[in-house]
Design a protein around this ligand. Structure first.
Ligand SMILES: C[S@@+](CC[C@H](N)C(=O)[O-])C[C@H]1O[C@@H](n2cnc3c(N)ncnc32)[C@H](O)[C@@H]1O
Length: 341
């Protein structure tokens, strides 16, 4: 108990950045601000001819092919996400140091036995674990609390009602609720595993740095402090009215090919109150991301996926009736805050 209390106190302290076996705690408030601001773009002058189209990631997991052979049909999109969420969650909850030590042992054992197939398997595990370690525990590029805080700051909302489309673990809604306390969030995901595990078992002691409204000072919040509902539903079936101050998606619209993008973007407008904000992020088109999806494809690539630039994402939103208030890049994602025109 005493150890738990100490761990909690350490995690809650301000200006901390340290890695636990599964993730990094980061409550630093100081520079560098990880949001690279590209807001000054005149969107009416940007054309697809100038900026090109997104890059499509086309290496898929062998599990998808196996599933399709067994079921004699194409893997439905929802099933693709069910596979993705289980593998992704495994990465989040694996003790990376222990798992890498085990993979190294397996590799040496397999080499000792001259078992080439097992050696390749252990080596692949080791590489995937090392990449995940680098991205999540060292660089903190998946949750990226400093980048997200820098992207989310400055919105004119108090106690916001937040709708998170394709919420998965709900991380960004929790970060928003810490920065704009006293609000409420609805997380929407059609994979029930996200409700039970990805969000349901999100580390309770993880500190979200936000503001204490009574003092204006920094304060850390936890999942249990927040008013959050989880709606296991298809985004396309939602019946909400225009009742949300913020509608957010993180890594959603790049999974819709161009002919479906207007529809996907429309869901960010449909449930917004007048004056509300849409927040959209997508993975960046950069060398590191291409390498990540190449090496981790077996675990995370089950369906259509694009990598794009901030300008490409901005043009999709602008063309579909949004004014871009903020546009830029954080560690692994492009980020935009927009309002319907
Ligand atoms: C790529 S994930 C978003 C990335 C996320 N930040 C994460 O950590 O996994 C997209 C999520 O949207 C959900 N999703 C995709 N299409 C959906 C739909 N039509 N309705 C509801 N949820 C959907 C998936 O189940 C998945 O959990």
């Amino acid at each position: 108990m005493a150890t738990l209390a100490l761990q909690q106190a350490a995690a809650d302290a301000l200006e901390q950045s340290f890695a636990l076996p599964t993730y990094r705690i980061d409550t630093k408030t100081s520079a560098p601000d990880k949001f690279v601001n590209l807001t000054t773009t005149d969107w009416s002058q940007v054309t697809w001819k100038d900026i090109g189209r997104p890059f499509e990631v086309t290496n898929y997991s062998s599990e998808r092919r196996q599933w399709e052979e067994e079921h004699h049909e194409a893997m439905p999109v929802q099933t693709q996400w069910e596979f993705f969420n289980r593998h992704f969650h495994d990465l989040f909850i694996t003790d990376n140091l222990e798992a890498r030590a085990k993979a190294r042992q397996e590799l040496f054992k397999a080499m000792g036995r001259l078992n080439f197939a097992e050696a390749v398997e252990a080596f692949t595990d080791l590489i995937q674990l090392a990449i995940w370690n680098r991205i999540h525990r060292v660089e903190d590029a998946v949750w990226d609390p400093r980048g997200k805080r820098a992207l989310f700051e400055g919105m004119d909302v108090k106690k916001p009602n937040i709708l998170f489309l394709g919420a998965a673990d709900g991380y960004e809604a929790m970060q928003l609720l810490a920065m704009y306390p006293g609000g409420h969030a609805v997380l929407v995901d059609y994979d029930d595993f996200c409700r039970t595990d990805r969000f349901g078992k999100f580390p309770e002691s993880y500190p979200f740095l936000g503001q204490d409204p009574s003092t204006g000072h920094y304060k850390t919040y936890h999942r249990a402090d927040m008013d959050i509902d989880f709606d296991v539903a298809d985004i396309r079936d939602l019946k909400y009215g225009k009742e949300f101050d913020i509608v957010i998606s993180v890594g959603l619209i790049e999974h819709f090919p161009d002919e479906h993008k207007p529809h996907a973007i429309e869901f960010h407008r449909r449930f917004l109150k007048p004056g509300g904000y849409a927040i959209v992020t997508t993975p960046r088109l950069q060398f590191q991301s291409k390498l990540y999806y190449r090496i981790m494809g077996e675990l995370v690539n089950f369906g259509y996926r694009e990598l794009m630039t901030a300008h490409q994402m901005g043009l999709y939103l602008y063309e579909n009736g949004f004014n871009i208030l903020r546009c830029g890049v954080i560690k692994a994602h492009n980020g935009i805050i927009a309002q319907p025109r």
